[in-house]
Ligand binder design. Structure first.
Ligand SMILES: [Zn+2]
Ligand SMILES: [Zn+2]
Length: 99
């Protein structure tokens, strides 16, 4: 058994999430999201899906990235600019994904 590092609940089914070089213990996904999920820098919601990272900032979606000036990001073919390519500083959020 191990205590959740967010709420302190000592639960027999608690689990570990290993991030870059660090192990975290949680009793629920809710607590894991609370501790680890990035926050969208435009609307402030928790990014619990793939999200978008642009120039070191996290966003929940392309709309929010656009609103903060990251215009190269699209998640909808109708918004894509023909001929534009994705700059190397733009990529999916790849974060704490155990294989
Ligand atoms: Zn907890
Ligand atoms: Zn957002």
């Amino acid at each position: 058994m191990a205590a959740c590092e967010v709420c302190g609940n000592d639960y027999e089914m608690s689990f570990q999430v290993v991030t870059v070089g660090q192990s975290h213990t949680f009793d629920s996904f809710e607590c894991a999201i609370h501790k680890l999920a990035p926050v969208c820098e435009h609307c402030g919601c928790r990014v619990i899906g793939h999200g978008v990272e642009a120039d070191g900032s996290f966003y929940c979606c392309a709309h929010c990235a656009h609103a903060e000036g990251a215009n190269a990001i699209v998640d909808n073919a109708a918004h894509a600019t023909p001929g534009s390519s994705t700059p190397s500083s733009t990529r999916d959020v790849i974060r704490e994904r155990p294989e």
